[in-house]
Write a protein that binds this ligand. Structure first.
Ligand code: PMP
Length: 405
């Protein structure tokens, strides 16, 4: 029992520090209006940015995919798990990202986490003389990829192009890899990709772009951050996730065909795992049709109207709404305890927003992470804005009372 007692004591310590993470069980399909423990909840915490997770055409395609291919793939891609649906999806994704790459090819992964482990370790391996340059706010999966690759790692400050230039300039590594989120998951801002690409070209480095939160939402056709900035290079390695705006699951890497062949041959998170169910790939073909078509454009427009409505309505003092234009809209409160209290108070009113604490965000910047979706109505956002404004006034007043001011 000693081993269990030790774990229990560590958990208790976490609980005492207010750092315990909890889950709620959702009983309805993903969307703004959920049933949670029998209660109706208005949710602003999913990454279903275009509202496609419960889209009837995609759900039908999932059913059709299961009827055609069965429930599971049964094996890894390099054994017998690579189905026609996976192959079709990869072709479509390669076309989708094609204008921004050279000799574009795509590879489908079970999750974005695994895709990121695969690209970072895959590009770093085979060359001992490698250095990775990672942006300070990168997602955990990119950081873990860098750790797993066991190569030299330098972290450059958030969006600091000059600092990166200097680091790249003083590096003697033959294989340089710059790694960045395109849309930062906890801040909602965009990486300066044109400047980063220019630096990579100047110093002969790869640019790995994790567009988990941009794919589907950015660019006129929803092709993501590369379309938004209109960038093109054979040295870009693009990662898009398919469980967020695309509404289904999995992720893809799109890059020059040589990079993709390298990943197939040596990326362990690709080789040593069972391929995702082919039905998911089949459903994703329907999702891509919507994203690229007029309905996708209309959904992106609606989402940008909701973002404007949120900013226009907020009246905050003491708390800071970050200047994000994406669906990710953080409100920084600062300390952990009031942040958790604010999220709990909103939940008490039937509104669910994420509360994010260190170490996910830097110390002293705990925040509410509001995410908007094209499935929200203007009325949903008005209700959220009213609730956040009122809570801000109430908590400021409580603080003044406790201060005795
Ligand atoms: N990259 C970023 C920036 C993310 O936010 C996430 C998921 N939150 C991932 C990668 C991982 O993607 P997935 O959920 O598909 O594993």
């Amino acid at each position: 029992m000693q081993l269990l007692d030790k774990l229990a004591a560590q958990l208790e310590e976490r609980r005492q520090q207010g750092l315990i993470r909890t889950r709620r069980t959702v009983e309805s399909p993903c969307g703004p209006h959920l049933t949670v423990d029998g209660r109706d909840i208005l949710a602003f915490c999913s990454n279903d940015y275009l509202g496609l997770a419960a889209h009837p055409a995609i759900v039908d395609a999932l059913r059709e995919g299961a009827a055609r291919y069965g429930a599971g793939s049964g094996a890894a891609h390099l054994i017998s798990g690579h189905s026609r649906a996976h192959a079709q999806l990869e072709e479509r994704l390669a076309e989708f990202a094609g204008p921004y790459l050279v000799e574009s090819r795509a590879l489908y992964f079970c999750t974005g986490y695994m895709a990121n482990l695969a690209v970072v370790t895959g590009l770093a391996a085979g060359d001992k003389d490698t250095e990775i340059f990672s942006e300070s706010l990168n997602h955990a999966s990119l950081i873990d990829g860098a750790r797993l690759s066991r190569t030299a790692l330098k972290v450059y400050p958030h969006a600091d192009v000059e600092a990166l230039d200097e680091l790249l300039g003083t590096s003697t590594a033959a294989n340089k890899i710059v790694v960045t989120d395109a849309v930062f998951s906890m801040d909602g801002d965009l990486a300066p990709l044109p400047e980063l690409l220019a630096l990579c070209e100047k110093h002969g480095a790869w640019l790995i772009v994790d567009d988990a939160h941009g794919f589907g939402t950015l660019g006129e056709h929803g092709r993501g951050a590369l379309e938004h900035y209109n960038l093109r290079s054979p040295y870009i390695v693009y990662v898009g996730t398919l469980g967020k705006a695309a509404g289904v699951g999995g992720a893809f890497v799109a890059a020059h065909a040589t990079v993709i062949e390298t990943l197939i041959q040596r990326a362990r998170p690709y080789i040593f795992t069972t391929a995702a169910p082919p039905a998911l790939a089949h459903a994703l073909l329907a999702s891509l049709d919507i994203i690229a078509g007029p309905e996708g454009r209309e959904r992106r427009l609606h989402l940008s109207r909701l973002v404007a409505k949120w900013h226009d309505g907020l009246r905050l003092s003491g708390w800071t709404a970050l200047p994000s234009h994406t669906a990710i809209q953080p409100v920084v409160i600062g300390a952990n305890e009031p942040t958790m209290r604010a999220a709990a108070a909103l939940y008490g009113q039937g509104i669910w927003v994420g509360a994010i604490r260190p170490p996910t965000v830097p110390a002293g910047t705990a925040r509410l992470r509001v995410t908007l979706s094209a499935a929200h109505s203007e009325g949903d956002v008005e209700r959220l804005v009213r609730a956040v404004n009122a809570l801000n006034v109430q908590m400021n007043a409580e603080e003044r009372t406790t201060d005795g001011t």
